[in-house]
Design a protein around this ligand. Structure first.
Ligand SMILES: [Zn+2]
Ligand SMILES: [Zn+2]
Length: 208
C-alpha cells in the first residue's frame, strides 16, 4: 500500500490518501478541502477513489467532502453520532474565514468493528468517542492508525467543544488505542506522526 499526506483547509488538517498499487483502488481519510493537487495525483497515478472516510464531523476535516466525492465519484463514510456536527457545519465554522457550504453528505455509516477493504488492504474501524461523540480511528493492515483528533503526537483532542467528553477520550485512548501493538504507526488529524509505543510513554493524557 502507498500513502500520501495532504495538509489542507483553514486549520491545515491532514488528509491521507491510501492506495493499492495493484488494483489502483484508493481511500481518502478526511477531506478538509478540494485540492487540485489531490485531483491531479488521482489522475496521474490512475487511481479510483472508492471511499472518503471521516474521522469525525468537525468542519476543519470535512470542508472538501462534497466537491471531492462528486468530482472523483467516491462514497463517503462516517459515524452517525457526528451527524449533528455535519448538519450544522456553518454554525461551527462561523469563526473561520471560509465560505458557507452545503453540509457534507454521508453515503454510509461506519461503526466500531467494521472492516472496509480496498484491494488487498483492510481497514478496521474503532469508535473512539471523546473529542466528538462519533469520533473514529481507522487501523489499516494492522500497522497504521489514522487517529483523527483523538490522539496527537504528545497530546490528545480537546474535549470542551460540542459532544466532547474527557472521560470518554481518556478511555478511548487507554482502553482501545493503547491496546494496539507498540509498533503501530499513528497518523493524526493535525501535526506529526508517531507510534503507539511513543504515546504510551509520553502522551500528556497520562502525564497530566
Ligand atoms: Zn476535531
Ligand atoms: Zn481538527
Amino acid at each position: 500500500m502507498k500513502m500520501k499526506t495532504y495538509q489542507a483547509g483553514p486549520l491545515e488538517a491532514n488528509n491521507y490518501l491510501l492506495w493499492d498499487e495493484e488494483t489502483k483502488q484508493a481511500v481518502l481519510i478526511d477531506c478538509s478541502d478540494f485540492t487540485q493537487e489531490l485531483e491531479e495525483d488521482i489522475k496521474t497515478l490512475g487511481l479510483k477513489l472508492e471511499y472518503i472516510l471521516l474521522t469525525h464531523g468537525h468542519f476543519d476535516h470535512v470542508l472538501g467532502v462534497n466537491e471531492t466525492a462528486k468530482a472523483l465519484g467516491a462514497k463517503v463514510g462516517g459515524h452517525k453520532d457526528d451527524l449533528p456536527l455535519l448538519e450544522n457545519i456553518n454554525e461551527f465554522s462561523a469563526f473561520v474565514d471560509f465560505p458557507q457550504t452545503t453540509p457534507p453528505k454521508v453515503d454510509f455509516y461506519v461503526k466500531d468493528g467494521d472492516e472496509i477493504e480496498f484491494g488487498k488492504n483492510r481497514i478496521k474501524v474503532f469508535h473512539t468517542a471523546g473529542h466528538t461523540e462519533g469520533g473514529i480511528c481507522y487501523l489499516v493492515n494492522g500497522e497504521k492508525l489514522f487517529s483523527g483528533d483523538t490522539l496527537f503526537r504528545g497530546s490528545y483532542g480537546r474535549t470542551d467543544l460540542f459532544g466532547g467528553n474527557f472521560d470518554k477520550i481518556y478511555s478511548s485512548i487507554n482502553e482501545v488505542l493503547f491496546k494496539l501493538d507498540d509498533k503501530t504507526e499513528v497518523y493524526p488529524g493535525h501535526g506529526e506522526s508517531s507510534t503507539i509505543g511513543f504515546e504510551k510513554k509520553y502522551n500528556e493524557i497520562n502525564n497530566r
